[in-house]
Design a protein around this ligand. Structure first.
Ligand code: AMP
Ligand code: ZN
Length: 487
């Protein structure tokens, strides 16, 4: 079956053609490890993971790379202070009362890298084959910049080495058609420097500043032919993707904020250096917003996985919620939306636990599921299909279980790990009499087709901390057609 994906380069859905038959190489822009990731950042990696799972479902051999930005770079958060050398990593050192040294920067980066990997695991994101760290590839960055220098693509100014965007024909081919606020935010990640030849030129090597936020310090950074400093943010990705996947490689992903600046700049450098495309397909996830503004650390309006867990919301409920929206649609976070997703997930997993083993995947359902996921990851349709199947009384519970376990290869919701508990193991013994009575009343209302009454009774059951799951009578010890579980 064809795989169709939306390519930001062509602005259309294209049939995917791999460079090497049966294999796919993907590079995902990774986090700056200066703090814990927020759940907006994590959407980018749930998206990358779903893409990987889709390819594996299609029997592709997948190689994934996520870079780790662990060196100072100029960030939107501190644009005003960019020339003073302030950046996210440095800010983290100051925040945590650590010395402004490279080894302290490495230490703090390792701490937040470990936290990031923990988050990925909690979300059932399969780890990539490579997690290259920017601080390990400084020498390769320098060689890359030298190559650009030999070819005449860069020039030096008093604060660093800049890429001359007027020398690269077709600069900006990914487009700049994002909302201007996003574009400005992304552009602000690049230092303003009056010596720049064109306003879109960007630093490939930034010299270390002597003064960092009022602290007189000896400059930290790495030695280079241009002076002590740091690689530009975009250089890292150009170098680490080429080192791990070659050039061109198949798919490059990131959030849409990276389109106008970061990814256009990666393309400009890499294609100038090697004369071939950087990647054949560019895919971007839309934002998680909160109160309809982008979730961002700099705005202080962000939520972490730990905040969700403190509120008894499982990371997998967040994953489920993400899957109910298309990755190219912005979604607005609210607790009640994610809590509803958690209820739905609990209901799904409990239902699966009541299904016996020994069935086989239902071909008609598997085919539809396959066509949804291959159509630019139409996960909302795939999730809806899950519920169609659960509610389909013409299928046997054992076959439903086998089919859902197969779907879970792409969904990653833990369906495959749900033990078959069987009716006897559902906690019916601890259900209070009042709940059983409400459930019986609901069943009577359903029989007489009083749907509003039945819904109101279900709500009351839920408000009292229990869930009612409609099951097949054949698979239910009491023959009632439903089970009650504690939530
Ligand atoms: P950063 O560490 O800022 O480079 O972000 C890591 C990844 O998260 C990038 O791919 C960003 O585009 C993405 N990202 C940042 N904020 C959001 C958000 N609110 N919603 C979705 N993705 C985001
Ligand atoms: Zn990147």
């Amino acid at each position: 079956m064809d795989i169709r994906i939306y390519n930001t380069l062509s602005k259309t859905k294209e049939t995917f053609k791999p460079i090497k038959n049966g294999e796919v190489g993907m590079y995902h822009c990774g986090p700056t490890v200066y703090d814990r990731a927020h759940i907006g950042n994590l959407r980018a990696y749930v998206f990358a993971d779903t893409l990987r799972r889709m390819f594996e479902y299609n029997d592709y051999k997948v190689k994934q790379v996520i870079n780790i930005t662990d060196v100072g770079h100029l960030s939107g958060e501190n644009a005003g202070d960019a020339d003073a050398g302030e950046d996210k990593m440095t800010k983290a050192l100051i925040r945590e009362n650590m010395p402004l040294t490279l080894s302290a920067m490495h230490e703090i980066a390792t701490k937040y890298f470990d936290a990031y990997v923990e988050d990925l695991k909690e979300l059932k994101i399969e780890l990539p084959q490579a997690f290259p760290r920017a601080s390990d590839t400084i020498e390769q960055d320098i060689q890359f910049i030298k190559k650009l220098e030999e070819k005449g693509f860069v020039y030096t100014t008093s604060d660093g080495v800049y890429f001359d965007t007027s020398k690269f024909k077709g600069y900006g081919k990914l487009g700049e058609n994002e909302k201007s606020a996003e574009k400005d935010e992304a552009r602000a990640r690049i230092a303003t420097n009056s010596e720049k030849k064109n306003h879109r030129d960007f630093a490939v090597w930034k010299l270390s500043a002597k003064q960092i936020i009022g602290h007189e310090v000896s400059p930290i950074g790495w030695d280079s032919p241009w002076g002590k400093g740091f690689p530009g943010w975009h250089i890292e990705c150009s170098v680490m993707s080429q080192m791990n996947l070659g050039q061109p490689f198949d798919i490059h992903t990131g959030g849409i904020d990276h389109i106008p600046v970061h990814h256009n700049n990666e393309i400009a450098q890499s294609e100038s250096a090697y004369g071939v495309p950087l990647a054949n397909y560019w895919m971007h996830n839309a934002f998680i917003t909160i109160k309809n503004a982008k979730m961002a650390k700099s705005e202080g309006n962000y939520i972490t996985l730990q905040t969700l867990e403190e509120k008894q919301i499982s990371p997998l409920a967040y994953r489920y919620w993400l899957l109910t929206a298309h990755y190219r649609s912005p979604v607005n976070f609210t607790y009640s939306a994610v809590e509803s997703a958690q209820k739905a997930l609990i209901r799904l997993l409990s239902t699966v636990s009541s299904y016996p083993d020994g069935g086989k995947a239902i071909v008609a359902y598997a085919e539809r599921f396959h066509s949804f996921v291959n159509d630019d990851l139409s996960m909302p349709e795939a999730v809806a299909l899950v519920w169609n199947l659960v509610n389909d009384n013409n299928q046997s519970p054992a076959d439903k279980r086998a089919t859902l376990i197969e779907f879970d290869q792409v969904l990653g919701l833990g369906i495959a790990e749900v033990p078959h508990m069987g009716e006897a193991h559902l906690p019916t013994a601890e259900i209070p009499a009042v709940i059983t009575a409400l459930a019986e009343a609901r069943e009577d209302a359903r029989k007489t087709k009083e749907w509003d009454k039945a819904d109101a009774l279900r709500q009351e059951i839920q408000d009292r901390g229990f869930d009612i799951i409609d099951t097949d009578k054949s698979n239910n010890k009491t023959g009632t057609g439903y089970s009650i579980i504690a939530r």
